[in-house]
Design a protein around this ligand. Structure first.
Ligand code: BGC
Length: 721
């Protein structure tokens, strides 16, 4: 696999705090006020109007945010770009020839491979830096609480630990290139419906054990320079002005040293500065939503009145400066070279490892030696693979194969397109099966597609759904009548394989009628090749689901999504009453068997687990042997779960490791749990608490199929914050 370790290293500073203190002390108040806002770059014809005069004429690399530097003190201009799947360009830079479009974060989540995600972070950091961007708005780590959430493709998983480990790896990779990375969106930004007016309600202790634990672990592991607050309220207070979550938890209990930036249009009031917000982002978005830019005139007025203490203004600025200095963003040399071929290799490796084989009744892998007739049906498979939409969508190197406007209400509607990323799966399949004859049917009508299906030996049906920022799906069905299409072709041909390009689970009413199902997610610029490789067996699939696929919405905590269908601007309250029992944890609690569990993913070989030993003191360590019992080399992702804690049935992923094994080979693994995963958070004590008793630990191939189990006694213990 390609490595990007030969890139020039950044020049991080150990003295970032001291330097920030010294430099901040020399600033004028005007300079301080200028550093605590960012201005959205100009997109010709956009709803945000013309070029903002605060962006100097010689700045040509427009992006999501611009803040002037202070050259006399060596402070660079701050230029930020989206996002977690590559460097985006929603029209800012007409001459930009595209960035590497990596697979969606949920596909990166499916790799269970932090090292690969770290390398992708390096590549994204380098592509950002080569364009002059020193802040990357990456590290999307909200938990996938709801399979309707339009932005789940921008997040890693439903599990706090898996999400934290992967987000930290990405942040670490980006920051190694001298580029600050965010972690976002702090916190509970788990649905898109009326997100600016959404109050996300949760039990505070359960919040610490879930979404907040994700941020806490990711921050400890990667020291992200910035945390981006969400749009929503949490327990009645906006995320960007949430004194408890920002001042008491993030900066207090966790001693976070970086800065908090708002999301674009997430600052309705200047007093968010008192509640922990350090920088107002994309100020024109606040004008559009709330009628003003609170960190400009209103913040200066508050300062003049004495309502914003000087020390707080200095703290806001110091935090921003120390994050830039800590990664070496003030000491950049010349722009680095970007090896796009290497980055494409990484995108391919990620798409391969992130593809999840959900079902296989023996039809896969398809023989590459046989002269069979293959029908490829639907999903614009003659053009490209699908991308999610919104601020995170990356225009790939060389451009899209096609962009089909879908639309919808609001600004998000203008960004909602069917983006097709080349090359096409049809082309890649033809290359992978040189002896086969292909017929393509666009899936225009089920009846027409069935005629094609009948003529062929095998059907590969592509089923797609465009999901994205600003929209939740009302249900889990496929759009444009594709469920009827798949049903018709499966009825016409018993050898039907379905490839899903979606950002969330689909309902799959045709599941029992097809022979194989491949979850390809939004697989990015090398995605078509990865799909062909998996179908042809050139790659043995190893992706694992990072999100539960429920049988139906009835199995989820909220069969009805509050606010769905209400007009833009309607206040909505979602009670996340499942608390920390998200996804597989919820299924373990309710006993409802999902369609495909968290952690599920088939292989063309088989693995066995033996000889589990569990040791316990301050935490637990599970040691066991994994053996490849099949006749092909392959990768497995054994998973260690807590199933019972001092008499409380409670499922928690404690550890995982992706390992590659030759046929017949074994490896002994030892995985130690973060003790917070065994504990409950005690809000009264402000600490974690492990209750004395017996703790049962299981090794499984997914959250439901647990192969080995053993118990250990732990003593009573309170620790951490
Ligand atoms: C998104 C953020 C993004 C920002 C800047 C917002 O709409 O929620 O994730 O970083 O735009 O483009």
């Amino acid at each position: 696999m390609a490595s990007t370790t030969d890139v020039p290293t950044a020049s991080p500073r150990d003295d970032a705090d001291e330097r920030a203190r010294q430099i901040e002390a020399q600033l004028t108040d005007d300079e301080r006020f200028s550093l605590v806002i960012s201005v959205l770059g100009h997109v010709p014809g956009s709803a945000f109007g013309g070029r903002d005069p605060r962006i100097p004429d010689d700045v040509t690399n427009m992006s999501a945010g611009y803040t002037p530097g202070v050259p006399r003190l060596g402070i660079p201009a701050i230029q930020s770009s989206d996002a977690s799947m590559g460097v985006t360009n929603p029209g800012y830079r007409p001459d930009d020839e595209g960035a590497t479009a990596f697979p969606a974060l949920i596909a990166m989540g499916s790799t269970f491979n932090p090292e690969l995600v770290r390398q992708i972070g390096e590549a994204i950091g380098r592509e950002a830096r080569s364009r002059g961007f020193n802040v990357q708005l990456a590290g999307g780590c909200n938990l996938a609480r709801d399979p309707r959430n339009g932005r789940n493709f921008e997040y890693y998983s439903e599990d706090p630990y898996l999400s934290a480990v992967l987000a930290a790896a990405q942040v670490d990779g980006i920051q190694s290139q001298g580029v600050v990375s965010t972690l976002k969106h702090y916190t509970l930004n788990c649905n898109e419906t009326n997100r600016h007016w959404l109050d996300a309600v949760i039990d505070p202790d359960a919040h610490r054990e879930s979404d907040l634990l994700t941020f806490q672990i990711a921050i400890e592991r990667s020291q992200p320079g910035a945390v981006m607050s969400g749009y929503n309220k949490i327990n009645g207070e906006y995320a960007g002005g949430n004194h408890h979550l920002l001042n008491e938890v993030l900066k207090g209990a966790w001693r976070y040293q970086g800065y908090v930036m708002s999301d674009w249009g997430g600052t309705p009031s200047w007093d968010f500065a008192l509640k922990g917000l350090d920088q107002e982002s994309g100020v024109q978005a606040d004008t559009m939503l709330w009628g003003s830019q609170p960190f400009t005139d209103a913040l200066r007025d508050a300062y003049a009145r004495g309502d914003l203490p000087k020390e707080r203004l200095s703290d806001m600025v110091r935090r921003i400066l120390r994050s830039l200095f800590a990664v070496g963003a003030d000491r950049w040399g010349p722009a680095p070279d970007v090896d796009l071929a290497k980055h494409l290799d990484l995108a391919l490796e990620c798409a391969r490892q992130g593809t999840v084989l959900l079902k296989n009744d023996g039809v896969l892998p398809l023989s590459t030696d046989a002269s069979i007739r293959i029908a490829v049906i639907g999903g614009y498979a003659q053009q490209g693979v699908v991308s999610g939409t919104g601020s995170g969508a990356v225009a790939p190197v060389g451009g899209f194969a096609d962009v089909i406007k879908i639309g919808g209400p609001g600004v998000a509607g203008t960004l909602r397109n069917l983006f097709l990323i080349p090359p096409s799966p049809l082309e890649q399949l033809k290359a992978a099966f040189p002896k086969a004859q292909f017929e393509f049917d666009p899936g225009y009508t089920p009846a027409e597609a069935a005629l094609t299906a009948k003529r062929c030996d095998v059907v590969i049906a592509f089923a797609i759904r465009v999901e994205g920022e600003g929209f939740d799906s009302p249900d889990l069905s496929l759009p444009w009548g594709q469920d009827a299409l798949v049903e018709a072709v499966a009825a016409a041909n018993p050898n039907t394989i379905v490839v899903l390009e979606t950002g969330n689970p689909a309902s799959m009413p045709w599941r029992d009628e097809v022979k194989a199902i491949v979850q390809a997610w939004y697989p990015g610029q090398a995605g078509a090749r990865a799909i062909a490789d998996v179908l042809a067996g050139a790659v043995n699939p190893s992706g694992r689901l990072p999100i539960t696929f429920p049988e139906s919405l009835e199995q989820t905590p909220r069969p009805e999504l509050p606010g769905m269908g209400s007009a833009w601007g309607t206040p909505v309250t979602i009670e996340y009453s499942e608390g920390a029992e998200i996804g597989y944890r919820w299924h373990a609690k309710t006993g409802a068997t999902p369609m495909y569990p968290f952690g599920h993913g088939l292989s063309y070989t088989s693995f066995d687990y033996t000889d589990l030993e569990v040791a316990g003191d301050d935490t637990v360590t599970a040691t066991f042997t994994v053996t490849n019992t099949g006749d092909r080399a392959g990768a497995d992702v054994p998973q260690v779960y807590l199933t019972e804690a001092a008499g409380d049935r409670r499922r928690r992923l404690l550890g995982f490791q992706r390992i590659e094994l030759e046929p017949g080979a074994s490896q002994r693994l030892s995985l130690t749990a973060d003790p917070r995963l065994l504990a409950r958070f005690d809000g009264t004590a402000g600490a974690w608490r492990i209750a004395a008793g017996s703790y049962t630990v299981a090794v499984g191939r997914n959250a439901e199929e647990l192969a080995l189990e053993s118990s250990v006694s732990l003593g009573d213990r309170q620790f951490g914050r």
